[in-house]
Design a protein around this ligand. Structure first.
Ligand SMILES: *[C@@H]1O[C@H](CO)[C@@H](O)[C@H](O)[C@H]1NC(C)=O
Ligand SMILES: *[C@@H]1O[C@H](CO)[C@@H](O)[C@H](O)[C@H]1NC(C)=O
Ligand SMILES: *[C@@H]1O[C@H](CO)[C@@H](O)[C@H](O)[C@H]1NC(C)=O
Ligand SMILES: *[C@@H]1O[C@H](CO)[C@@H](O)[C@H](O)[C@H]1NC(C)=O
Length: 198
């Protein structure tokens, strides 16, 4: 309601005075939609079709990846060797050592948002079996004058690592024949059962 009043007021003002078009978020310092798409696809390729050359081309040397979801997979549900809440990969070399050993992972971009100098924000899906994985990722970027106009410098990435642990067979759920859980907070018990063991 408030915004429509402001819009109406702006329109009325514009009808009287010569409108002054202000350059705001769309100037030379800002990434374009095409550049944001390149950043998003670069990240996708690092997951779906990894190579050290691509990592060198698209990540800053001091790239940091924060992902408790990835840490949880590395730890297979235990509390080590990685520490939750701390960077998963601290530096591009650490990312290359970790990601380089992974097989190609299916990765589809579902949504994309971006701001002037980043971040590029994505919602994504990995068509795994038996459980699909959905995640969100925030990619902070740095302007570069190399072959990539925007490099990824920091990533905050979380996804359904519970489903991923099921797919890996690390967590084996106890399911009934119709696919519902036989145990746990939901399943046979009341849906109002608390979900968090706090
Ligand atoms: C371009 O936009 C950014 C962010 O809005 C601003 O910080 C910067 O000063 C602008 N640059 C020019 C040349 O207008
Ligand atoms: C995977 O990357 C290689 C280069 O490392 C490239 O030649 C190939 O076309 C890429 N494959 C896909 C499916 O993008
Ligand atoms: C699965 O849950 C049922 C119901 O609580 C229990 O009787 C059964 O022993 C469980 N099976 C396994 C493999 O834990
Ligand atoms: C699924 O099976 C369980 C155990 O047999 C049963 O308690 C539950 O009501 C079933 N749920 C549905 C949706 O059929």
């Amino acid at each position: 309601m408030r915004s429509s009043i402001i819009a109406a007021a702006t329109f009325a003002l514009g009808a009287l005075a010569t409108p002054v078009i202000q350059k705001r978020d769309c100037n030379d310092t800002c990434m374009t939609y095409e550049q944001a798409t390149v950043v998003a696809n670069n990240f996708k390729s690092l997951i779906a079709n990894y190579s050290d050359a691509l990592a060198d081309q698209t990540l800053t040397v001091d790239f940091v990846d924060y992902s408790d979801s990835v840490t949880e997979l590395i730890n297979s549900g235990c509390t080590g060797p990685q520490t939750l809440g701390e960077p998963t990969f601290n530096g591009r070399a650490a990312f290359e050592a970790g990601q380089g050993s992974q097989p190609p992972i299916p990765f589809e971009i579902l949504n994309l948002w971006y701001a002037c100098e980043g971040p590029v924000v994505m919602r994504w899906r990995s068509a795994q079996s038996p459980e699909i994985i959905t995640g969100n990722i925030v990619i902070e970027t740095t302007r570069s004058d190399g072959s990539e106009p925007w490099l990824m410098n920091t990533v905050y990435s979380e996804f359904n690592s519970g489903a991923w642990l099921v797919n890996l067979g690390v967590f084996v759920p106890n399911c009934t024949a119709n696919g519902t859980s036989a145990v746990g907070p939901v399943g046979k018990r009341s849906l109002s059962q608390r979900l968090f063991p706090m």
